[in-house]
Design a protein around this ligand. Structure first.
Ligand SMILES: Cc1cc2nc3c(=O)[nH]c(=O)nc-3n(C[C@H](O)[C@H](O)[C@H](O)COP(=O)(O)OP(=O)(O)OC[C@H]3O[C@@H](n4cnc5c(N)ncnc54)[C@H](O)[C@@H]3O)c2cc1C
Length: 540
């Protein structure tokens, strides 16, 4: 880890312990991991003040998230750290899959150009947290970031949530209108509430080693790639993964089997020979070594009155598919505009049920993919093992079998098609002028506007009526809280949108679309009300 990662953050005495009068907070966030930090910034960008409570004063340590997907980068770009992450991160888009000695297939995650953000970058979680902390500090009037402030208990009722917080200077209490529990996979909030975390645990153990190595293991590729092996010649019968990170750090995952002794396997005299088998005689030094077991599980409900679970506190997955941190950032994107609308009085609290609906769907999708990959790597029954081995054997010659190989289906945004906030049917007439990529419920595809500007940053985090190669409907200025972006025909616009009028939500999902001659201010207004939770069973 770079030295910046270990720098402790300044711990300040809080006003409550310095005689300040009691203050009621709009939003308190428990936990300053990537998800709590992103939520604080998103809410601040909506002008909602937050107090962000962290039980420690440093970024996370160890081998944690490294892969950040395009949609997550788009969201983090909206939050002000995307460009910095891409500049520091290792951009990659090609993955190669090997079975034994042989390459079975490779894939390109973003075959078309014309997107601001790349398909994937690899960047250590501690760098991401560091960038988010620095960004959060750019909102001194809106984000009250309190390090070494541990939440030890809470009481919630219909009017708010009271937290008790421990510090080195003593304990104090605060009350907030809403509390976001972003306190991680072991969420003390979830445990205090006795909520069950339902899902599947995997017995298999994995060695995850980050090593510093200056010689390139991908010289023939010419650029970094993701290499995954089933039954590699250097690691008998198991699976292995190799990935590059910034600062010449490489992540190596080695499957060890269910009976591996985690303490023994972490010892350098066990780890170094294993790594030698992967990288040969290239010199390296160990940066971090862990042995993990994974589970895929989620809370049944994310919304508990005024207390909301976000990120790993709400759902966990195995890392194959990179859906944990990515999924949590998608939660933030989905939740914060809704919470801001409620706190500003433009939506009813019942809008939060759509967070439950939409992100519950996202969590299920992430769990399905991650659990599928984990079972493919470590079959639990003879039938699963036979199926896996047959697929791998057939994949060398038969293309259909390649699509059945699962070494982790990498994080993509989930479509919200058919859910409560989206307008479909007669109100949102379909047309052959439209393209599937911009269907109702999908994330608005990015495209270049000119040599310096991209569409997604132009959309920002408010409702937008996007007019593509069409006449802007009359009287849109009478709609409150919506801006209009009009773009001309271009190859990318035609291929990704077609032509027509699109209502984009603040999280950049498409809420409704109309052919140009069907869009009018009344139908757009009705779609906006629906996107803010009016009707569709979300009434207060
Ligand atoms: C080996 C490994 C590899 C991974 N790889 C990827 C990947 O490539 N891509 C990906 O997207 N995800 C990956 N993940 C998952 C990713 O690390 C998590 O999803 C992510 O950390 C979740 O962020 P979070 O903010 O919800 O929780 P955390 O990062 O756990 O943060 C929670 C924070 O809450 C604080 N806290 C806890 N209790 C309290 C309290 N009482 N009071 C105040 N603060 C409190 C904690 O100290 C911590 O700072 C990986 C995970 C592992 C283990």
């Amino acid at each position: 880890m770079s030295e910046a990662g270990y720098q402790p953050f300044e711990v300040k005495r809080v006003p409550e312990l310095s005689g300040a009068p009691p203050h009621r907070y709009r939003v308190a966030i428990i936990g300053a991991g990537p998800i709590g930090l992103a939520a604080a910034i998103d809410l601040a960008q909506h002008d909602i003040p937050v107090v962000l409570l962290s039980d420690n004063n440093a970024v996370s340590t160890g081998s944690r998230a490294i892969c950040w997907a395009k949609r997550t980068l788009d969201i983090l770009d909206r939050l002000g750290v995307g460009e910095r992450m891409v500049a520091k991160g290792v951009t990659w888009q090609t993955g190669r899959l090997f079975h034994g000695h042989d390459e079975v297939f490779n894939f390109d995650l973003l075959p078309d150009d014309g997107h601001k953000m790349p398909a994937f970058i690899n960047l250590q979680q501690y760098h991401v947290e560091h960038f988010l902390v620095e960004r959060a500090k750019e909102f001194p009037d809106l984000i009250d970031l309190r390090f070494s402030n541990r939440v030890v208990s809470h009481e919630a009722d219909d009017s708010g949530v009271r937290l008790t917080i421990d510090t080195d200077d003593g304990a104090y209490e605060i009350t907030a209108d809403y509390v976001l529990a972003c306190d991680g996979a072991g969420s003390p909030t979830r445990k205090r509430m006795g909520l069950s975390f339902e899902g599947q645990s995997f017995e298999e153990r994995f060695l995850i080693a980050d090593i510093e190595m200056h010689e390139d293991p991908f010289p023939e590729a010419g650029r970094p790639e993701r290499w995954f092996w089933f039954k590699p010649p250097f690691h008998e019968g198991q699976s292995a993964l190799l990935h590059k990170q910034p600062d010449n750090i490489y992540r190596i995952d080695l499957q060890l089997g269910p009976d591996a002794d985690p303490e023994l396997e972490k010892q350098p005299d066990r780890v170094i020979p294993r790594i030698r088998q992967v990288v040969g005689d290239k010199p390296f030094k160990l940066d971090w070594v862990s042995v993990y077991r994974f589970r895929c599980a989620r809370l049944k409900q994310f919304v508990h009155g005024r207390l909301l679970f976000v990120g790993d506190s709400a759902h966990v997955v195995s890392p194959f598919g990179a859906r944990g941190g990515n999924g949590g950032i998608h939660d933030v994107d989905n939740l914060c505009w809704k919470l801001a609308a409620i706190l500003k009085g433009t939506a009813e609290p019942s809008l939060l049920q759509s967070y439950e609906e939409e992100r519950g769907h996202g969590a299920d999708e992430n769990i399905r993919h991650s659990a599928g990959a984990t079972r493919f790597m470590s079959p639990v029954s003879d039938t699963e093992r036979t199926y896996r081995d047959e697929v791998l054997d057939l994949a060398a010659d038969l293309p259909f079998a390649r699509s059945l190989i699962n070494s982790g289906r990498l994080s993509t945004p989930c479509a919200l098609t058919g859910m409560s906030l989206q307008t479909t049917g007669e109100e949102s007439t379909d047309s052959t002028d439209f393209k599937a990529a911009s269907s109702v419920g999908c994330v608005a595809p990015d495209l270049p506007i000119n040599s310096e500007q991209w569409l997604l940053p132009l959309l920002g985090c408010a409702f937008v009526v996007l007019v593509v190669d069409a006449q802007t409907p009359a009287d849109l200025e009478t709609l409150q809280g919506v801006s209009v972006v009009s773009i001309k025909a271009s190859e990318d616009a035609t291929n990704r949108y077609g032509k027509g009028v699109f209502l984009i939500r603040p999280d950049q999902h498409i809420a409704a679309r109309w052919p140009a001659d069907h869009a009018d201010v009344q139908s757009i207004s009705r779609a906006m009300k629906q996107a803010l939770g009016a009707g569709q069973g979300l009434a207060a």
